[in-house]
Design a protein around this ligand. Structure first.
Ligand code: ADP
Length: 210
């Protein structure tokens, strides 16, 4: 599981992880955005929360993870990105683990100072086609506004503006931070400095899991 504030680099590490390990990444934010794009009932319910930077209600997100766990590709395990985000979600996850006969191998907490989070979030660009994440200053595509991999026009998330970023970080501090103690108490937590560079972060994750 990857734990960390918005902009801490969970999604970037998850993408690297997915290409190496044969397990799906279950990223609740990505699944919710897909539902919004496809205008599903779940997407309609989630949209206003996401746009404001608030959390989507626990029952919706828990149901979503429950069904992701039931997919055939999740039988051999998974990587969780962005779930759980509240104590109620963590407790629901414990029930789902029991139900599916799985256990958490490790919880990685990626620590990044707030000023860095804000600049990462407000400069973030992503490819709507392949999901690759760029940053307009620190990780720009070769051609401005175009994905290096598939040539699609890069987009910005609706919630990646300065104001919403502030409230997402506040929500993280209030509602998600208590999970650090929750998983430390279970002996599952590995803390990583999220400013040491993508390759080094990946190395820590890989070495810890090996
Ligand atoms: P980030 O970590 O950068 O905020 P995510 O893609 O993980 O990006 O989440 C985007 C938004 O989706 C969140 O601000 C929230 O509204 C919603 N969301 C994602 N995961 C959850 C969750 N586990 N519980 C509640 N809301 C969630």
């Amino acid at each position: 599981m990857l734990l960390g504030a918005p902009g801490s680099g969970k999604g970037t590490q998850a993408a690297r992880f997915a290409s190496d390990y044969d397990v799906p990444v279950i990223a609740t934010g990505d699944i919710l955005r897909k539902n919004i794009k496809e205008n599903t009932p779940l997407g309609q319910q989630a949209q206003s929360y996401i746009e404001k930077g608030d959390l989507v209600p626990d029952d919706l997100v828990i149901a979503l993870v429950d069904s992701a766990f039931a997919e055939a590709d999740a039988k051999g395990g998974w990587l969780l990105d962005g779930f759980p985000r509240t104590t109620a979600q963590a407790e629901a996850l414990d029930v789902l683990l029991e139900k599916t006969g799985k256990k958490l191998d490790r919880v990685f907490l990626i620590n990044v100072p707030k000023d860095v989070l804000i600049s990462r979030i407000t400069g973030r660009l992503l490819c709507p086609k392949c999901g690759r994440i760029y940053h307009e200053k620190s990780m720009p595509p070769s051609e401005a506004g175009v994905c290096d991999l598939d040539g699609a026009a890069l987009t910005r998330r609706v919630d990646d503006n300065a104001e919403t970023a502030e409230s997402r970080i506040a929500v993280y501090n209030e509602q998600t931070k208590p999970l650090i103690d929750y998983y430390a108490a279970k002996g599952l937590l590995t803390e990583i400095d999220g400013t040491i560079g993508l390759d080094k972060i990946e190395d820590v994750i890989r070495e810890t899991l090996s």
